[in-house]
Design a protein around this ligand. Sequence first.
Ligand SMILES: [Zn+2]
Length: 376
Amino acid sequence: MSFSPETQLTATLLAIVIEQGERICEQQETIKELEARINKNSSNSSKPPSTDGFSKPGDKQQTEPSGTDDNDKPAPKSLRAHSGLKPGAQKGHKGHCLEAIEHPHHIEYLPVRVCEHCHQSLSTDSLVKVVEYQVFDPACPGQFEVTAYRAEVRRCTCGHKTQATLPEGVTNYVQYGAKTRALAVYLHQYQLIPCHRIAEFFQDIYHMPVSVGAICRFQKTTYEQLASTELAIASALLHEAVLGADETGMRVDKKTWWLHVLRSEYWTLYHLNPKRGRVAMDAMGVLLLFTGVLVHDHWKPYFHYGVMHTLCNAHHLRELQGVIDRDCNRYAGRMMRLLQFSWHITKGFRKIGVAAMPALILVRIERLINGYWHVR
Ligand SMILES: [Zn+2]
């Protein structure tokens, strides 16, 4: 039985259409699966919140286009019912106001000998009053200790009243001491413990009430006190031969800010800015004056600065791994191994006190790199 050419053509075309239809169905399934995978986040799957990125919807105002921002983070959906109360302490809430105690653990008496105005000696009957300043600090676990500074106030025959000089940092009748402030700043800035948990820590461990507001104030004061240290680090970095630069997103007051870092072997300078890139780096200052070698990840804004640029091998390795994953490129694999090998050799020389790799080995490695490049 034979068919006409038209019938045969129709049958062939029909077979192609059926096959294509089946393929489209398969591809639609694959697309659905991939879409589902992309749209997964911490709010609708078992993925941890750390994989959501920093940004949130409607939070695109402060980033420069870089191609690395992740603005797909889901808005958090609270599963709790609203209490109808305003956030923070409620009316009638008993605050943690520090109160003077009757029997301080240590007492330091601060006499006044001379009038601060006319410099004449003050007589014994010139005493007007003694003012007490109490300083609270943690002692051993389960206890806090209070040091009372009792400062004399004397009136001179010239009419001027002089109060004894208090130790540095003692300014209020009742206050926390340097130990409390240092511990609170350390726990918050280094151990990354939230302020309300630090307040609990002081209450639980030392039975000492420290309010969240006080803990926040300690951070601010320390930040202000460290201004000169920051300046010293910036100026030390200017004299280094090689600097590394990088940046990462951080949440500040529900917005994404950028933490820029510049570091050498001995110094690290952090700079937090609502902007990412040149605005932040100019505000940081160092790169405007630095003339050495800058190691970075190839991000365009770094090339604005008049330094010698070196691209970071950790980023090269990641990008080479990406090439391998996408294209199964064998030269990428060889280049990765060569970079890792050269790094091990460099470290080996450094261990035995040789700072720079011998020229002979350097030439050999360069030849290998150029060889790979040409083969490619
Ligand atoms: Zn006087």
